[in-house]
Write a protein that binds this ligand. Sequence first.
Ligand SMILES: [Zn+2]
Length: 433
Amino acid sequence: MSIDPEILQAVDRIQVIDTHEHQEEEWQRLTQKIDFYRLFTHYAASDLVTAGLREESLRKLENPEVPIDEKWRLFEPFYLAARNTAYCKAVQIAIRDLYEIEELDRKTYVTLTERMRERNKPGVVSWILRDRCRIRLAQVNALDTGYFRVKTDAELFQQDLSVVDLLRWPSAVESLERHLDVSITSLAAYADAIEKLFAKYGSMADAIKQQSAYFRPQFFADVPDADAERVFNATLKKPKETTPEQERVMTDWAFHRCVRHCIEHDLPIKIHTGYEAGNNDMCLENLNPNLLSNLFRQYPRAKFDIFHIGYPYEAELVAVAKQYANVYVDMCWAWIIDPIASRHFLKRCLTAVPASKIFAFGGDYMYAEPVYGHLRLARHGIARCLSELVEEEFFTRDQAIAVAHRILHDNAAIVFRVDEKQEILRRAQQTKA
Ligand SMILES: [Zn+2]
């Protein structure tokens, strides 16, 4: 079926609040030597590996010192094999619209590299994300600064408080001790340190984020303090002898503490569920969003932002979001993992779940350019989904356009209190300066 042009135009114009990125700051980008391959590093390279690209070639492609002609020879056969996927499509759209190159091939990779280098000057990130993408604010889970990235462009970015380090035991203790300059020798001191972490960053952060699904199932038992204390004392004396069961007890306990602090600080809780980044290692049974249901029941005042449509458990996530008032669905990353599943998911959500519970876009990239391609795919998917619902007489056109504003901007503005947070983050940048 065709897309209603009026809906597409309206969806295209919406200023977006992007609920999940790993974006670098512009000052980081400007110090780097860049070339065409950079656009593929995150995530398209994973599809090249799935198509057969070897680890040693990948290392060469990632090395900024390797000449681009050599890179192209390594890259081309696997790009031709994998360029059909949405990971690659997002990059192709960015290359076409931002650098005005219709097709990436052996005749254009040098020109593309030259154009990228010419553009890599102050203002480049704002040009891509604000001017071209029409992103008002992007929420960042920084991967290079531990718990929280303090130095940031507060006009464009907000920052998550990352608690994933608290979900590894016993390294959580050492990492908190170092970060807060405290000594943790008892469970009570550990609890104090977690509280301090939230006191330090809770007001500046837009949310907390944890992606422990990469290494553990998402069921978190509510462990009594007495049990945690026993394991704490036993494992801190002999950290090397910690068993997986003891690690579970301590990290289950820690995550419940985090959830309680989030309620106090009114911080949404962003949780990775579903598909894993990378290659050749995925434990699908850890990733089902339904594993989190005991938390949804126990903490009605918390706000759980469930990532990546739980792919491939989208059906479970529709049911969970329909059932629990404290669960939100987040389509970040989804439009490039599987755009068809994403469109079906959104259509099902819009006919089964209140529209106020949906965040429809997060680029989930470290670099700015592919966000542009991802957002084009998302806007197109959303417009198509809404057009179908109008044609099926489920919505009027006006209702469809109102829903688009909600899911791309208004819901996130309200749930993450973005204006208030931006003001706090701005002030923090000035104090730092
Ligand atoms: Zn991510």
